[in-house]
Design a protein around this ligand. Structure first.
Ligand SMILES: *Cc1c(COP(=O)(O)O)cnc(C)c1O
Length: 378
């Protein structure tokens, strides 16, 4: 019999989700609005301390609406983390804005404050900065916020991967003017698909909700003064989210334990370095990642192949940097290093994401660790 698949990060359900979904069915609230949607917004606002929240169909939709709230238009420049998933920057191009990619720094793998400063020398008036908290590790928010404040630029936090991570005791996603979360299937909690826009500004969140429901003016007849979107979360999926939220801290603890176990297990292999943590923060360790020393003959592909072929385990490369993507080739990129070399190219070349599914058993973890370790025995 084929060995069971060991996943990178798949949904973990608990049971309460079904009760909330059942309630939606029983009350016939099967619609892109309803009590679960309102409750999930309230519960997320309380949990994160963000102020106000709008439940949406995706994290990508939340980023798009954050840009709409900032009135991003044709040719507006947006500084954005380069080492990320394309969903972070696609919405910039939806609005015909111009993404300008900012390299990572080696300490947290997030936006480099030094590269950000350099970007302002060429583009003094960006419309926004979008910072990502990659793999759940909080970015250097103090430094980045100081730079944004000095230039009067609003900050959007892409906290899609970092829900439950904190920076100096406060949730990631609540520092910027706008924050976004994702409830996609692979994230730390899921609604199958969904996202959220959060802000301390009630009016902004109301406006986002308005835009997300086709921008219907408050009139009895169907009247529209603006272009709207169909971006609201369904009351059914919001029910899944409410059940998941009850287990978020538990998921975080389990993800952290996976990271710590890998870290301890590879501590005696000098060629392996785990993805860095920010000492100012408490990460959710959404994905555990490792890099392999440049002078080592073992490549990330070799480790990924061994995991897949020997034990049927799913791993994956580090996100391919945006400035290396064919679709974004025309846009500017600011490297971290003074000599023009890129930190995130190095992470991409030498790194991989390890299986980080919280349903993995102790036996799975043992097998995973042994398989990786075996790659490094000559
Ligand atoms: C998952 C993800 C998104 C997009 O979220 P969706 O809910 O899938 O639209 C955005 N940014 C990052 C960094 C992500 O990992």
């Amino acid at each position: 019999m084929a060995k069971k698949r060991i996943y990178l990060s798949s949904p973990t359900m608990h049971g309460e989700e079904q009760a909330f979904v059942k309630e939606a069915f029983d009350t016939n609230w099967v619609a892109p609005l309803g009590p679960n949607v309102n409750a999930l917004e309230k519960e997320m606002a309380e949990y994160t301390g963000c102020g106000y929240a709008a439940a949406l169909s995706a994290g990508t939709a939340a980023i798009h609406l954050a840009l709409k709230l900032l009135d991003v238009k044709q040719d507006d420049v947006i500084f954005v983390s380069d080492l990320t998933f394309s969903a972070t920057c696609n919405p910039i191009v939806y609005e015909n804005g111009t993404p300008v990619f900012i390299d990572a720094e080696p300490d947290t793998w997030n936006m480099s404050p030094a590269a950000l400063e350099r970007a302002y020398e060429k583009y003094p008036n960006p419309k926004a900065v979008i910072v990502v908290h990659l793999y759940g590790t909080p970015a250097k928010l103090d430094e980045i916020m100081r730079i944004c404040e000095n230039h009067g630029t609003p900050l959007i936090e892409d906290a899609a991967e970092s829900l439950s991570s904190t920076y100096k005791g406060r949730h990631t996603g609540t520092y910027g003017k706008y924050g976004i979360y994702s409830f996609n299937g692979n994230k730390i909690i899921t609604t199958s698909g969904g996202g959220m826009l959060v802000s301390a500004e009630e009016e902004a969140v109301k406006k986002a909700t308005f835009l997300a429901t086709q921008a219907r003016d408050p009139a009895r007849h169907y009247q529209h003064s603006q272009i709207g979107y169909n971006y609201r979360m369904s009351n059914v999926t919001a029910g899944i989210g409410r059940g998941q939220l009850l287990h978020l801290e538990e998921h975080k603890a389990a993800k952290k334990a996976i990271y710590e176990q890998y870290k301890a297990a590879f501590a005696d292999i000098p060629e392996i370095t785990m993805n860095p943590m920010n000492p100012q923060g408490d990460a959710n360790n959404w994905l555990s990642c490792m890099t392999i020393a440049r002078d080592c003959d073992v490549t990330p592909d070799m480790v990924m192949d061994a995991l897949d072929q020997k034990i049927n385990a799913e791993s994956r490369p580090i996100w391919k940097p945006m400035h290396l993507q064919p679709v974004f080739a025309a846009y500017d990129f600011f490297p971290h290093n003074g000599d023009g070399s890129s930190v995130d190219e190095e992470i991409f070349d030498r790194g991989l994401c390890l299986p980080s599914d919280i349903k993995n058993t102790p036996e799975d973890m043992e097998l995973l660790i042994k398989t990786v370790r075996d790659c490094f025995r000559a």
